[in-house]
Design a protein around this ligand. Structure first.
Ligand code: COA
Ligand code: AMP
Length: 632
């Protein structure tokens, strides 16, 4: 039996022993009563009774252990032409002081703080400052519109919001403050205070009595010490797309999260204290939480915070420049970033200009990695390229190739094997386990390993309904796929209305709600169609009301603008077409899956339950007008 197999089996047979040992690498204020409380509801909980502070383990511990002068965070921002380094000591001091700012504003253990910020070090400082106080942060991605922010404000009910005057996209300056003001205006819940980081690229107007200036507050605040919390207390809430327009507030705890993060750095990514690790993502996504902020810092690595794109800032050599400049050992990004680089530099000419000898491996996640992209990256880099599969809900990889345990053979298209603690099964609709090679619902047998969500914020019911009810005793991932004869997992598609656009998880249901709100739209469907660069793109099909005022291009551009205004530019919703009717089953369910297949030009079967098969010809024609449904 290989080392991976031995470790994996132990993690399932003796989870208490396995994770209890892993937990010894961290500093606990007081130890746990149980490593795993199997009786806890709605799911078993890790390290119950223990007191812990995540910020202490991510910063103070390293300073105390002699890493104070090592770089903790390197900020590299080609869009503002800025580079800045923070040692562990400096980062701890900044965080302790910002925790003082928050405390002065009344933030206490258990209070929520929303962080709506671009990729600046202050975003990580604000997150860690919340962790220091035992407050719960909720970071909202900058590409979301005011309406999405308002929904999160109403659900998380923050005492304080931390934001910045602007973010920077290559094509424009995105002013955050008007979006923030609008969101607070729309929300029922009103935060008491906002702290605004003024950036030189745009100045934000202050609302007297409510808005504070980051720099002014920092100048007078006193640093504060870490506040121990229960290991099971929430560290953060991160909203993610579900089936409806109401996002799901994924809750992460403190103790189990830190244990899994720390374990994953060595065992999956094969990095150790002192190594430079770079996740080219955004703090607004789970990858940013786990592998820009918490994972690398808990492990004593140097993390890179990059405010730029893979291409155009200034060229497709941007990633290679950062890797060689800082000695990055592991890069983690989404396949879409590599597709963007490959498109602009297919020969790898930019890549050849840099010394990448420091780099050990490339990890990809966030969407299905097509074998072409994986092979291209592997050939051009000459390094292992590891696809790994996970979700906001789990916080770390469900399946990966554990480079730090033993590198397993790569099969392009598969994220390799389940990680410790994840008992992954493939079930049919009736809950029967399927043999190797047969595709079904991918589920994880409870208990979930540490770091996975214990519930949704203030909503045990939705947590149970969304993830636990379909197959009692199992967590439903929402992905479909199969295991092969070697136990490798193959993740093929979502089973719900979630799509993945440029590695960003989006809900087609949410977009449908926006389209349906237009006075001229009677009915609509949004589907995710295949796209060479972004993996998937949303496409809207609308049925207009009789006597609709607007139609054709005028209506389409209004609908595109409406989705941008309500959900945000990140939805990348730019394609819409009117149809006379939508294809439905006899019970009235819209046949979105069949439309996706027609659009993508792949083989499809006439659904037995279809109400009127002739509608599909009309749909194919409409899709052809947008350049889809070409190959049959
Ligand atoms: N704030 C404001 N707007 C944002 C934003 C942010 N943080 N992030 C993206 N947007 C905007 C973009 O400017 C774009 O606007 P546009 O419609 O005016 O062009 C829109 O949202 C869509 O963004 P995106 O889908 O990211 O497309 P892009 O053309 O800007 O970039 C890639 C394409 C492939 C370069 C980019 O998606 C990328 O780097 N992806 C890496 C993957 C990644 O980080 N995934 C996260 C999980 S690992
Ligand atoms: P998110 O919660 O944004 O991380 O998105 C999670 C979803 O992205 C998963 O449920 C999958 O559908 C998809 N996903 C993430 N990583 C992979 C991968 N390596 N292969 C296939 N799909 C992936």
């Amino acid at each position: 039996m290989g080392r991976y197999q031995e470790i994996y089996e132990r993690s399932l047979n003796d989870p208490e022993g396995f994770w209890g040992e892993a937990a010894e690498a961290l500093v606990w204020e007081s130890r746990w009563d149980k490593v795993l409380d199997r009786e806890a509801k709605p799911v078993p909980r890790w390290f119950t009774g223990a007191m812990f502070n995540t910020c202490f383990n991510a910063l103070d511990r390293h300073v105390n252990e002699g890493r104070g002068d090592q770089d903790a965070l390197i900020y590299d921002s080609p869009v503002t032409d800025t580079k800045r380094r923070y040692s562990y000591r400096q980062l701890r001091d900044e965080v302790a002081r910002f925790a003082g700012v928050l405390r002065n504003l009344g933030v206490q253990k258990g209070d929520r703080v929303i962080i709506y910020m671009p990729m600046v070090p202050e975003a990580a400082i604000a997150m860690l400052a919340c962790a220091r106080l035992g407050a719960i942060h909720s970071v909202v991605f900058g590409g979301f519109a005011a309406n999405e922010l308002a929904t999160r404000i109403d659900d998380a009910e923050p005492r304080v919001i931390v934001s910045a005057s602007c973010g920077i996209e290559p094509s424009r300056i995105v002013e955050y403050k008007p979006l923030l003001d609008q969101a607070i205006e729309m929300a029922g819940h009103k935060p008491e205070q906002c702290v605004i980081l003024q950036r030189p690229q745009a100045a934000a107007a202050r609302i007297e009595g409510r808005d504070r200036d980051w720099a002014e507050e920092m100048a007078t605040a006193e640093p504060v010490e870490c506040v121990p919390v229960l290991a099971t207390d929430p560290l953060y809430i991160l909203y993610t797309s579900g089936t409806t327009g109401q996002p799901k507030g994924v809750v992460r705890d403190n103790g189990g999260h830190a244990v899994a993060m720390h374990w994953s750095m060595k065992n999956i990514y094969n990095v150790e204290a002192g190594d430079v690790y770079w996740a080219a993502s955004d703090v607004g996504w789970v990858v940013g939480h786990s592998y820009i902020v918490y994972g690398p810092l808990l492990a004593g690595c140097t993390t890179v915070m990059y405010e730029g794109k893979p291409v155009g800032t200034p060229d497709p050599g941007a990633f290679w420049r950062v890797i060689s400049e800082y000695g990055v050992k592991v890069l983690f990004t989404a396949p879409t970033a590599f597709r963007a680089i490959k498109k602009e530099d297919p020969e790898g000419k930019y890549l050849a200009q840099y010394d990448l000898s420091c780099m050990q491996a490339l990890f990809l996640a966030g969407e299905r990695c097509d074998p072409d992209t994986l092979n291209w990256a592997q050939e051009k880099l000459g390094k292992p390229v590891i696809d790994h599969w996970w979700q906001t809900e789990t916080g770390w990889a469900i399946a990966a190739n554990p480079l730090g345990i033993e590198p397993l053979p790569v099969k392009p298209g598969s994220p390799t094997v389940p990680m410790p603690g994840y008992d992954v099964r493939i079930l049919d609709e009736e809950g029967k386990e399927l043999p190797a090679g047969e595709m079904g619902n991918i589920v994880i047998k409870l208990p979930l390993p540490p770091a996975c969500l214990p519930t949704l914020w203030n909503n045990d019911r939705r947590f149970i309904d969304s993830y636990l009810s379909k197959y009692p005793g199992y967590y439903l991932t929402g992905d479909a796929g199969y295991k092969d004869e070697d136990g490798y997992l193959w993740i093929m598609s979502r089973t719900d209305d979630v799509i993945n656009v440029a590695g960003h998880r989006l809900s087609t249901g949410a977009m449908e709600e926006v389209l349906a709100s237009h006075p001229d739209v009677a009915e609509c469907a949004v589907i995710g169609v295949a796209d060479e660069l972004k993996g998937q793109l949303p496409l809207g099909l609308v049925v207009c009301k009789a006597g609709a005022e607007k139609e054709g291009e005028v209506l389409y551009s209004e609908l595109v603008a409406l989705v941008r205004e309500k959900i945000g530019p990140v939805a990348a919703f730019k394609q819409v077409v009117a149809v006379k009717r939508l294809p439905k089953t006899r019970s009235g369910k819209i046949l979105r899956g069949t439309m996706v297949k027609i659009a993508d030009g792949v083989e499809w079967k006439m659904p037995a339950t279809i109400d009127d098969p002739a509608i599909l010809d009309e749909i194919a024609e409409a899709l052809r007008s947008l350049g889809y449904a070409r190959r049959q």
